[in-house]
Design a protein around this ligand. Structure first.
Ligand SMILES: [Zn+2]
Length: 475
């Protein structure tokens, strides 16, 4: 039995700048690695490579998009916005290529523009703003949110009324799951650009992230009134499905959780579940040395409601998209299996908050399985063999969403995730896992975090894990 995690915040986990394929019917597809081959346009998704006949493609826009995840929640939480076009500055392209060239940011060039701006005129200020903005976009494309945000905020000091810069700062805060800060900047953007559809679109995400569904719905309706947008429509539909279902629910609270459940579930079961969750909370808190600050939302469903609301593949037993969603039909108390599922999903909430939503899927699922008590055991021999035959996936391939995977591929993905975490914990202790999470939360890529903490890259880690499996489980 498998579980899946779909984090609202992990939504935009793909850091690479993506391209946009614009179809003749006006539909826009944001995707990675778009290229033309013969009469096809090919692009990558986490489900594999897809292609379109060239005849239906109008044109391809390079860069700028944030690719859409393929899970329901990821789809709903897609953050595609076009970077600001600061067309009012003459020589804008020149400034951009002066600020970023040869795969690096030219800080000396930017410093010269800054000096000119401090000396004087408005055009020099706009140029310095644009240069910092270009640097921020470059950092974003490399997944360095921390520096991207610092540059984008500096850009804003040179052009404090520029709505596109305000939106970019808001967007970066959203990517870091800092919803309240994001809303502050969106309010400022709205004051200077009241009719901008992207402001409303982003504000919708910020409210959604804060679990303020009514306000999210209002913002997305406003965005749609200003401009039709299939992504906003999909998000709105999902939010309204959620809302309708949950309105008929009862509510219960404990110190770390807010629980909602339908009339079909027993109040006694709800109390039992809260009790179990609180016990797991303390256990995970002491293992990871950290506790999430915000109350964690939990929703209990009937089997059918779970399938309808989440639209998750059939192999998903529960999920966590910011709230823990669990089907409990037919249960009158907490079974050992349900207890494991709850601990697993709760681990996702801890990891999500600790890493600001930037943990790769393999760490999320590996750690969640470890915490629920799973060990590699019977899978070890098969995994070691698969590795020896050169058929193991790389950890890089296991970073993004798994929702598009077939159940057998998902089975391997979970098994490898567990094996790698098991190896780290058994060899170096949970302290190393904590340090890795800490660095990811600070904006580091996962592989860079591994290098600092374990002195291993992805392929070293897989190698060591395969050896660990052979040694510890071999006959
Ligand atoms: Zn999971």
């Amino acid at each position: 039995m498998l579980c899946a995690v779909v984090f609202f915040a992990a939504v935009a986990a793909v850091a690479a700048r993506a391209d946009t394929i614009v179809l003749k019917n006006g539909r826009r597809i944001v995707a990675n690695n778009v290229r033309e081959e013969g009469d096809k346009v090919k692009y990558e998704t986490s489900a594999g490579e897809l292609s379109l006949p060239k005849s239906i493609v109008d044109h391809i826009e390079k860069g700028g998009g944030v690719p859409m995840g393929d899970s329901p929640a990821a789809g709903a939480a897609n953050l595609a916005i076009t970077p600001p076009a600061m067309g009012t500055i003459s020589g804008g392209t020149e400034i951009e290529s002066g600020a970023v060239h040869d795969g690096a940011i030219d800080r000396e060039y930017i410093a010269r523009l800054e000096a000119a701006a401090h000396a004087g005129d408005q055009r020099a200020n706009a140029a310095a703003a644009l240069a910092h903005h270009a640097a921020a976009q470059f950092e974003l494309s490399r997944g360095d949110m921390e520096r991207a945000l610092a540059d984008e905020r500096t850009a804003l000091t040179f052009a404090p009324e520029e709505p596109t810069l305000l939106m970019n700062v808001a967007y970066l805060h959203l990517r870091r799951s800092e919803y309240k800060q994001s809303l502050d900047y969106l309010e400022r953007a709205r004051r200077v650009a009241p009719g901008n559809a992207d402001v409303a679109k982003l504000a919708g995400w910020a409210y959604y992230g804060l679990n303020k569904i009514d306000q999210a719905v209002a913002e997305w309706k406003r965005a749609l009134a200003l401009r039709s947008d299939p992504e906003v429509q999909a998000a709105l539909d999902k939010a309204q499905r959620d809302k309708q279902e949950e309105e008929s629910y009862k509510e219960n609270e404990s110190s770390h959780f807010t629980l909602r459940y339908s009339g079909a579930a027993e109040p006694a079961l709800a109390r039992d579940i809260l009790h179990t969750l609180e016990a797991h909370f303390s256990a995970i808190e002491s293992e990871l040395n950290f506790a999430p600050a915000d109350s964690i939302g939990v929703v209990l469903y009937t089997q059918q409601a779970f399938a309808d609301i989440t639209r998750a593949p059939g192999w998903v037993r529960a999920l966590n998209d910011g709230r823990i969603r669990v089907p409990v039909q037919g249960l009158s108390g907490v079974t050992p299996e349900l207890s494991r599922v709850l601990k697993h999903e709760l681990t996702h909430s801890f990891v999500g908050q600790k890493t600001r939503g930037h943990a790769p899927t393999w760490i999320q699922e590996g750690l969640a399985q470890w915490m629920e008590g799973k060990r590699s055991g019977d899978n070890a021999a098969v995994l070691a063999q698969v590795f020896q035959d050169g058929h193991a996936p790389s950890l890089g391939q296991l970073e993004g969403s798994w929702m598009g995977l077939q159940s057998d591929a998902a089975g391997y993905a979970y098994a490898w995730a567990l094996a790698n975490i098991e190896y780290i914990v058994q060899t170096d202790g949970m302290g190393d896992v904590e340090r890795i999470l800490e660095r990811i939360g600070g904006g580091s890529s996962t592989e860079a975090a591994l290098r600092e903490v374990l002195h291993s890259d992805y392929s070293d880690l897989m190698q060591s894990t395969a050896e660990y499996l052979r040694k510890n489980y071999g006959r």
